[in-house]
Design a protein around this ligand. Structure first.
Ligand SMILES: [Zn+2]
Length: 336
């Protein structure tokens, strides 16, 4: 008896009808003979896609095609997945080799283009760096090194957010590195990773940063030491700044997973918050979103959920900063 029972190939797992050798579908209940195997293959293909291992993912979808009957409606869906992978594996042709096509004029054009981004970076980053330092200096003189300790802990928590997210997606990562005076970063190999996954890793930082701000605020509400209010405010503000969707900011990577509509959503919400709360950092996030709409580097598969998370995390950080700032002002006013 045991010699006959190879239920996978001989009998339908659903109704027990005996199957013709090589049959892809049960003649009685129409269940696919390899349904379980195909489901496993599809799950693995999605995992591989999320990990950025696109050729392997494509092979898995291809394997499903060989198990599906030729007239199955599901073939369309599988073919679409393969098409999507092919699109991602062959990036669109580079815009144009302007320098080559236009000769010396192209070199000048290329130089101006490069210079423009350098200028943009200098204006934005330089200004930020300066304002952050100025801000830091004021707090430093007010609260001394307890403020530095609190802020470093907050930055560390932000970075741990990235680290934990990287680990959760199964990548290797190094523990956060501190760059004295500049901040910190987590080193991991993000090349070829799905933009949606990368966006979640990027947003994990400001999310944990917000939690660090809340912790600082709860420290303030139990100890009534103003320094924790200052840490909470600065943490919220720093994480909001980090969501400006350009360059190496966390927002820059996160917005890459979004389409035009979602970017517009971020622009409008942050612009509204900038006007309502008089918080210019929101204005810069809106400005960045506008730049990324103009740049048109939209995602092929925009994720609505990431847009909502982006807005929620930006608003949470900004509101925390705004609330603590006004509270500080009120308390200082009362003290004088
Ligand atoms: Zn970050």
């Amino acid at each position: 008896m045991a010699a006959y029972s190879s239920p996978h190939s001989q009998y339908c797992a659903n109704c027990g009808t005996s199957l013709d050798p090589g049959a892809l579908i049960c003649s009685n209940c129409r269940r696919f003979t390899h349904a379980d195997q195909m489901e496993q293959l599809a799950n693995r293909a999605r995992q591989l896609t999320a990990l950025g291992q696109l050729p392997a993912a494509r092979q898995h979808w291809q394997a499903i095609l060989t198990l599906l009957p030729p007239d199955a409606a599901q073939r369309q869906g599988v073919l679409r997945e393969i098409e999507k992978l092919d699109k991602r594996m062959s990036p669109p042709p580079k815009k144009a080799d302007w320098a080559k096509r236009l000769g010396p004029l192209g070199v000048v054009a290329a130089f101006i283009a490069k210079f423009k981004t350098a200028l943009l970076l200098l204006i934005t980053k330089g200004k930020f760096l300066f304002s952050i330092l100025a801000f830091l200096g004021v707090y430093w003189s007010l609260f001394g090194w307890w403020f530095a300790v609190g802020l470093s802990a907050s930055v560390l928590l932000h970075e741990m957010g990235h680290y934990i997210a990287v680990k959760r997606f199964g990548f290797k990562a190094e523990l956060p590195m501190f760059l004295p005076g500049l901040g910190a970063y987590v080193k991991w190999n993000g090349a070829n990773v799905d933009p949606g996954v990368r966006a979640q890793i990027s947003l994990a930082g400001p999310l944990f940063g917000f939690v660090s701000g809340l912790l600082a605020y709860s420290l303030y509400s139990t100890t009534h030491q103003m320094v924790w209010l200052a840490v909470a405010q600065f943490a919220g503000w720093l994480n909001l700044i980090n969501l400006i969707p350009v360059g190496i900011f966390d927002g820059g990577a996160a917005i890459s997973a979004l389409g035009r509509q979602q970017r517009l959503m971020i622009l409008v919400t942050c612009l509204a918050l900038a006007f309502i709360l008089h918080e210019w950092a929101f204005g810069f996030v809106a400005l960045g979103a506008g730049y990324r709409i103009w740049k048109r580097d939209f995602s092929l598969e925009p994720r609505q959920g990431i847009a909502f998370a982006y807005i929620a995390i930006a608003a949470a950080n900004g509101l925390l900063s705004w609330y603590c700032f006004n509270m500080t002002r009120l308390l200082l006013h009362r003290a004088v």
